[in-house]
Design a protein around this ligand. Structure first.
Ligand SMILES: [Zn+2]
Ligand SMILES: [Zn+2]
Length: 357
């Protein structure tokens, strides 16, 4: 008889349930099965919960121990503590071969179906294309630190690397949720000069300072656009990062970027906004906010090598992301975590969920 386990399942668009589901099994030679020690809820999961695809175990950020491997997995061993990129790379398609693994063209890779790797909010998860997408975690890194490399810290680095950020750049980050806070930490790690964050929550502004922000502005107080120009001698910032996925923050990011600067966005707009507006020449403060800017959008850079580089950065640079972890919940109560993640007043950032403890 097939074994079952506890998992958080999307039953219908917008409906989640914690219930018994089948334990995943090896399906392809390059699969591994991981016993999940820690999983978490990502802002993207809130969008994934709304997809009209039922019977899917939720969760794309996790860490755990390999308990079973397909015959083609040769670089790892049962018992290895590993993480996996949340966007799977097949390693063979044209985009994977050209180094852009998160744009993998394989039907089960990248975001071809508008999905990411799922299944982590359960006791066990199957990882396809494991050889290309999993990475051993050094013993000195906690589960909470390493798991951030699977999505939000990699994305935080990527949104700046794709501009690319130059040493000493002035960076403004619009939104300081968990992803925006990772952008702030990444900007500091990559050598930004001045880092200005824009965030209405005083709690999140305080965490942003711990992540390396120099100044934290409340967009509800005064004229944000005027303030940012005043702070930068009327030039604007080198890189304005939109880190929420809202029309308003994207608009403000365009207004803040200097002539010749960049707007870089990691927002997932698709479900709430099918069209976006960009300011061109809207007022006397920031005329021609559109011309001669670079506009870059970024999904999570993925693949084993990407994870390995982040493990090295976390191990040797002294970067500390621990302030992101605000709550601990058992898997049985994960729906309370979704409620907290949906409520901007909750003071929840990353929620630690341990399915096997
Ligand atoms: Zn995520
Ligand atoms: Zn591929």
């Amino acid at each position: 008889m097939a074994k079952t386990m506890l998992g958080c399942v999307r039953t219908d668009a917008g409906q989640l349930d914690v219930k018994q589901v089948l334990v995943p099994e090896i399906e392809e030679p390059d699969d591994v099965i991981i016993k999940v020690s820690l999983c978490t809820i990502c802002g993207t999961d809130l969008h994934m919960a709304d997809l009209p695809l039922p019977d899917v175990v939720m969760g794309h950020e996790g860490i755990g121990e390999i308990v079973e491997m397909g015959d083609a997995v040769t670089d790892f061993e049962v018992g290895d503590r590993v993480i996996a990129s949340c966007l799977l790379a097949c390693g063979r398609c044209a985009n994977c071969q050209s180094g852009d693994q998160s744009a993998c063209q394989h039907p089960e890779g990248g975001v071809q179906h508008g999905t990411v790797l799922d299944g982590y909010q359960a006791e066990f998860v199957r990882i396809p294309f494991a050889s290309m997408n999993i990475c051993r975690v050094p013993d000195c890194l906690s589960d909470e630190q390493a798991i951030l490399a699977t999505d939000i810290f990699s994305t935080g680095l990527g949104v700046l690397e794709r501009v690319p950020l130059k040493t000493g750049d002035t960076v403004a980050v619009f939104g300081q949720g968990p992803l925006g806070l990772c952008v702030t930490a990444a900007a500091r790690a990559l050598g930004a000069g001045r880092i200005i964050v824009v965030e209405p929550s005083s709690f999140r502004r305080k965490i942003a300072k711990k992540m390396g922000a120099n100044e934290a502005l409340d967009p509800t107080q005064g004229d944000l656009n005027y303030k940012l120009l005043e702070m930068t001698d009327d030039f604007g910032v080198d890189i304005a990062v939109e880190a929420i996925g809202k029309q308003e923050t994207l608009y403000n990011a365009f207004k803040a970027a200097r002539f010749g600067g960049a707007v870089s966005s990691l927002g997932v707009y698709g479900i709430e906004f099918s069209d976006l507006q960009i300011p061109v020449s809207h007022d006397s403060l920031t005329p021609n906010a559109f011309y001669h800017r670079r506009f870059v959008t970024t999904l999570c850079p993925s693949g084993t090598n990407r994870l390995k580089r982040q493990m090295d950065l976390m191990q040797y640079s002294g970067i500390d992301l621990s302030a992101l972890w605000t709550h601990i919940l058992p898997l049985e109560s994960i729906l309370d975590g979704y409620e907290m993640a949906r409520n901007p007043e909750s003071k929840a950032l990353k929620i630690s969920v341990r399915p096997n403890s």
